[in-house]
Design a protein around this ligand. Structure first.
Ligand SMILES: Cc1cc2nc3c(=O)[nH]c(=O)nc-3n(C[C@H](O)[C@H](O)[C@H](O)COP(=O)(O)OP(=O)(O)OC[C@H]3O[C@@H](n4cnc5c(N)ncnc54)[C@H](O)[C@@H]3O)c2cc1C
Length: 388
């Protein structure tokens, strides 16, 4: 077991940090305030390879492991968790098409996604189907060489600013559950697609979130990703990695908040001395650092399990997502507390980090659903080995 980053990972980390400090950090507060989707910076990220990190090199990606990806994403998230999170959703979309689409479709779509020329959205949630995603009702009906889509998707990240929608829709009977769902690549400007307003959110202001409605949207049958009925399994496989990505965005935000709190304790004086001299506050920093490291190790273990095709990868990704997003939110909240009243003021970035990290406990499967996945496995046989 080697817990150190290797030479390549250190190089990825340094390159990502340099990019994040130059192209993201100086603008993050403005993107947050003005609700700007920074498409130009996303294209720059594409030039760096960050829009196709775990997409195969043969399709224009970097072909990295999930562990390598996590090292990069953490650096991007330290600058702007919201923008980094969109980048990870885009990476998930790119990976789905690269892994499961026909050769023609993947050759057509993936290089443009991996370069950042096209941006992607992942469309699973519906107004009536959130945690119970397998109950989704958007329909795709086969008509000759086409499918015709009807229905709507809720809370779609990037929607209105993206070029490709990867849509999970029902091709089976209404009561066919998870087995009746298929996945499709849908051009975002296809006739019959309409977009709702950009939702006014607590955080994640640097990416739009919209309702997407499909009314008799006709797409070529060749745009189906995988076989009919495989769509839900594909969506869930993508989410194993997606959950690690979101957990990693929490790590980056928490690391940034911790360092800012440390600096602040050195600078700020009360009762005639720096706050850093008060042991009660030192102990807070100690717990924050300890909890952050524990969260990071869980994310890296989950990434290792996914990279090595471990049969317990889903369990470890769920545990890592639950633990890291809860723990890192608390780290940021403590960092805000350590800033006193200034922590609550927008001039200091900690309140933005807090607002951005809050949603990580909700999306890509809520943390209650993560507990459900973990509890289900713990109740089965063989759990002792599974969690070792
Ligand atoms: C900013 C934002 C961006 C998003 N981006 C995307 C996107 O790009 N693509 C996409 O497809 N979706 C996206 N989502 C949707 C997100 O994944 C869902 O909001 C999430 O899965 C929860 O679904 P829901 O909101 O319908 O809540 P519900 O499922 O209605 O849950 C409500 C509450 O009940 C709890 N709960 C539900 N069922 C159970 C159970 N069985 N046991 C215990 N507790 C339970 C939940 O944990 C939650 O606390 C986004 C959401 C947000 C807020």
């Amino acid at each position: 077991m080697d817990f150190n980053l290797n030479e390549d990972q250190i190089a990825f980390r340094d390159a990502a940090r340099a990019f994040a400090e130059k192209s993201m950090a100086p603008h993050a507060a403005r993107w947050d305030k003005e609700h700007t989707f920074p498409v130009d910076v996303l294209r720059e990220a594409g030039e760096m390879g960050f829009m196709g990190m775990y997409t195969p090199e043969s399709l224009g990606g970097m072909g990295l492991s999930r562990l390598d990806t996590s090292v990069i994403v953490e650096e991007l998230a330290a600058a702007c968790p919201s923008t980094a999170a969109y980048i990870t959703i885009h990476n998930m979309v790119s990976w789905m098409v690269a892994s499961f689409a026909s050769d023609d479709l993947r050759q057509d779509v993936v290089p443009r996604l991996a370069s950042g020329e096209w941006l992607g959205s992942y469309c699973l949630t519906e107004p009536g189907a959130g945690s119970d995603a397998a109950s989704l009702r958007t329909r795709a009906v086969r008509d000759g060489d086409s499918y015709v889509l009807n229905g709507s998707k809720m809370f779609i990240s990037g929607a209105g600013g993206t070029d490709i929608l990867v849509v999970m829709a029902r091709t089976g009977e209404a009561d066919s559950g998870a087995r009746g769902i298929s996945t499709f690549v849908v051009p975002a400007g296809a006739d019959g697609i309409s977009y709702g307003k950009n939702e006014e959110k607590m955080g994640w202001h640097s990416q739009p979130t919209r309702l997407v409605t499909f009314e008799d949207v006709r797409i070529p049958a060749a745009n189906r990703v995988g076989e009919e009925g495989e769509g839900f399994a594909i969506a869930m496989k993508a989410l194993d990695g997606g959950r690690l990505n979101i957990a990693t965005c929490s790590l980056g935000g928490a690391q940034s908040a911790l360092l800012r709190a440390r600096n602040y304790l050195h600078e700020r004086q009360q009762f005639g001395k720096p706050l850093a001299t008060f042991q009660a506050l030192q102990f807070k920093l100690a717990d924050m650092a300890t909890n952050l490291v524990a969260a990071r190790q869980m994310v890296r273990l989950g990434a290792f399990k996914l990279d090595s095709g471990d049969p317990e990868a889903t369990l470890h990704c769920a545990m890592a997502k639950r633990f890291a997003t809860d723990t890192c939110f608390e780290v940021v909240n403590e960092a805000l507390q350590l800033h006193g009243g200034y922590g609550y003021i927008q001039e200091y970035p900690v309140e933005r980090l807090l607002r951005d990290l809050r949603v990580h406990q909700i999306l890509e499967g809520t943390n209650e659903i993560m507990r459900l996945i973990v509890a289900r496995r713990v109740l089965e046989d063989g759990v002792a080995e599974a969690i070792q």
